[in-house]
Write a protein of this length. Structure first.
Length: 496
């Protein structure tokens, strides 16, 4: 039995406490909605608009009963105001926070970070403000739950961060941190223990939007530009040591990735192999099966991180639910989808937020097709690849030339919800649908409307989701579109 396992008595105790916390909302919450209606919101919104005013808006317009409060990140996706360059919403301060820094928006307690070189720094953006101390009392008075929301996004200029960064194929430091570095794991176990023990919170959600080196090398993501195939990770001492323990030869893996790098660079420059792109990829993979093994090395290591965070929180406070934000790439990349084994994840998940952002999903799917359609599926036209991927992923969506401008349909939300629910059937794990409200898209592409938000929320809840999470952050949402969520809740008669 691994050190991450809990014995049967501990498990039953944890499961009972957590089920009660998830399934029996307090009376104030029950009066609002019979489902979990959540929204991701950062500290800046409460500062700009006032705590009580923000809570009024969220409850009145969207029937929100759960706040996913961004308490730790150095990224701009879930914290800060609107990303500079995109239109500001119709609320909050009408200016960009160009000096955004990020960090821990609550109060770090040093005793939980003794075994890591990563400093538990308080975010300097808002002085000494502790956003949990500010929001928790006001939320509790209203019967609102508060879940700590954090992600593993760091700045490259932090003290000691270079000691924890991933190493690429050539040994160079990358900005992402290594999941197999003890300082990484010790920092995040310390962070979740700090939140669980120091505050009267109602849950913890953690996210890591990353995948293994094989998928990254091929460009199997909607990120633009896709990662350079020479920058794939991780090949640090900790990953190589773990690989050897699993019977994987690191040198063989490196050689395979060097060959894959040549293939990808040639493919992106339009140099078609004599047997085609798809066959040439398989020729490399069959010659170097270590490529797939290295991909799974990362996947298993991330799962071990989930399990460690789960155990840490349950040891500190068993009744606090713990769950994960699962990246949108699960809708595009079949390899990444295969790695998100819901039955496996359910062993250490009280809930899973499955991203099914249908409005920005059209733009993202087209970018994914652009990326992978220039490497592995370069033998197909963009339209052919889109049709193929839709069949593989179980979608009935429009073609490549249309989806950026239309987004994905509400039926996509329905299908993704049903798929995820089937995946956790028979487990304790709840599926909460992550739905986008005004995540920025490029100028000509699909934009949210009040009706499309209503349709997405209706689709998820009608398909059986026990909850939805309005994403990515309140500070980029337009108020009318936020009201679309409330329209759906009321029409479904889920609120009083």
């Amino acid at each position: 039995m691994s050190k991450l396992d809990v014995n049967r008595r501990e498990f039953l105790k944890i499961a009972a406490a957590t089920s009660a916390a998830l399934a029996v909302p307090n009376l104030a919450q029950s009066a609002v909605s019979s489902k979990m209606i959540g929204i991701q919101v950062g500290a800046i919104s409460f500062i700009d608009e006032g705590t009580e005013r923000v809570l009024d808006i969220l409850q009145e317009r969207a029937c929100v009963n759960t706040l996913f409060l961004a308490v730790f990140t150095y990224g701009r996706g879930i914290a800060g105001r609107q990303i500079p360059g995109y239109p500001l919403p119709d609320h909050g301060k009408q200016e960009y926070d160009l000096n955004y820094h990020g960090g821990n928006f609550a109060t770090p307690h040093p005793q939980y970070y003794k075994n890591t070189v990563i400093k538990p720094a308080h975010a300097p953006d808002h002085g000494d403000l502790d956003i949990l101390a500010e929001v928790l009392p006001a939320a509790k008075k209203r019967g609102l739950k508060v879940i700590c929301w954090m992600e593993d996004v760091f700045r490259p200029d932090l003290p000691n961060i270079d000691k924890v960064q991933e190493r690429d194929l050539y040994g160079r430091n990358m900005e992402t941190l290594c999941v197999n570095n003890p300082d990484y794991l010790n920092f995040f176990t310390g962070l979740v223990e700090d939140f669980a023990r120091s505050y009267d919170i109602d849950g913890i959600m953690w996210g890591s939007e990353r995948q293994g080196a094989l998928s990254d090398s091929l460009g199997a993501t909607h990120d633009t530009p896709p990662i350079d195939p020479g920058n794939v990770t991780c090949f640090c001492e900790f990953c190589q040591k773990k690989a050897k323990e699993r019977g994987i030869n690191p040198e063989r893996a490196k050689q395979g990735f060097l060959e894959l790098e040549k293939f990808v660079r040639a493919a992106r420059s339009g140099k078609r192999p004599s047997d085609g792109y798809y066959v040439q990829f398989w020729r490399i993979l069959l010659r170097y099966p270590e490529l797939a093994a290295w991909e799974m090395l990362f996947t298993d290591s991330l799962r071990e991180t989930y399990a460690a965070l789960y155990k840490t929180v349950k040891t500190a406070k068993p009744a606090v639910p713990v769950g994960w934000h699962i990246w949108h790439n699960t809708s595009f990349n079949p390899i990444y989808r295969a790695e998100q084994d819901w039955q496996e994840l359910s062993k250490y998940s009280d809930f899973i937020k499955v991203v099914m952002y249908n409005n920005c999903g059209g733009e993202r799917m087209a970018l994914y097709v652009d990326n992978l359609g220039s490497t592995l599926f370069g033998d197909l036209t963009k339209q052919q690849f889109t049709e193929f991927n839709n069949e593989v992923m179980g979608f009935k969506e429009r073609g490549y030339d249309q989806i950026p401008y239309t987004g994905l349909s509400a039926d996509y939300v329905t299908q993704e919800t049903k798929r995820a629910l089937a995946g956790v059937a028979g487990t304790k794990t709840q599926i909460w649908a992550g739905l986008d409200v005004d995540i920025p898209t490029e100028a000509p592409n699909s934009k949210r409307t009040r009706q499309s938000v209503k349709d997405a929320v209706t689709a998820a809840l009608s398909a059986g989701a026990p909850g939805v999470i309005l994403s990515r952050k309140y500070s980029e949402m337009r108020l009318a579109n936020l009201s679309g969520a409330g329209d759906a809740i009321r029409e479904l008669k889920l609120s009083s």
